[in-house]
Ligand binder design. Sequence first.
Ligand code: NAI
Ligand code: 15L
Length: 268
Amino acid sequence: MTITPFKRLLLTGAAGGLGKVLRERLKGSAEILRLSDISPMAPTTGPHEEVVECDLADKTAVHHLVEGVDAICHFGGVSVERPFEEILGPNICGVFHLYEAARKHGVKRIIFASSNHTIGFYQQDQRIDAQALRRPDGYYGLSKCYGEDLASFYFDRYGIETVSIRIGSSFPEPQNRRMLSTWLSYDDLTALIERGLFTPDVGHTVVYGASANRDVWWDNRFAAHLGYQPKDTSEVFRAKVEAQPAPAADDPSMVYHGGAFVAAGPFD
Ligand code: NAI
Ligand code: 15L
């Protein structure tokens, strides 16, 4: 695949678990990486980086953040299940502010860090593709559904292209039995983001972010044009994970794609 680096690529969520990883790995994708988060980040390491603290819930701040940017990897926001009031500003208003700013500043390509929690209420014996009806497993999953729909609308109305990656579980290693299916290695995540940034004519593409695990629940037939070929597999961690005590067969982590998220809340 031909990679012609962007002039300036914005990464939101740069202080987070994945943001710190991507800060290193996206260097080749842009001449200048603009890193942003509401939390403090490590200072710039040279002229190829810019660091901007910004609350995604602040529309004016997001407008300024996006100025001069060619493409965006949107990884910022609340990343776990929380009460709706905590999700609203960062995830729902935040993604709206980002797309509005992208429209006003002429950004043409966005990678949206969506989540498997858009479809978390499917059961683990069900294999689904990107056209399966969504079954969000909480307010967090609902916010990611909203982000995907916003991406779809901004493509149809304004031609801004997005790849929404329904990330499974992207950590150094799978931490439990469920993650043997949902695990996405950092190398495969990076490859998928690069495919999303540099493949032409993606419109709004929804792709599941999982490595080449033995038992996958997700079928990427509708994202074949991205040419994503995962290289890693959770199999190398199976013995270590299966040495942990097994949860009961009816534990949500053994039943649902979204695992324990399906049982979070209510919060009153
Ligand atoms: P994380 O929680 O470590 O990072 C999220 C970052 O967003 C944090 O640094 C946080 O300070 C920032 N943030 C929160 N509220 C903000 C606000 N109002 N304004 C600006 N920044 C704000 O999460 P992680 O694991 O790095 O995930 C990154 C993205 O990928 C998230 O959007 C998450 O939903 C998504 N994702 C991650 C998965 C994973 O396995 N790591 C799985 C599925 C989705
Ligand atoms: C997510 O969406 C979360 O951001 C991450 O922290 C994990 O919980 C992951 O899903 C998962 O389902 O394992």
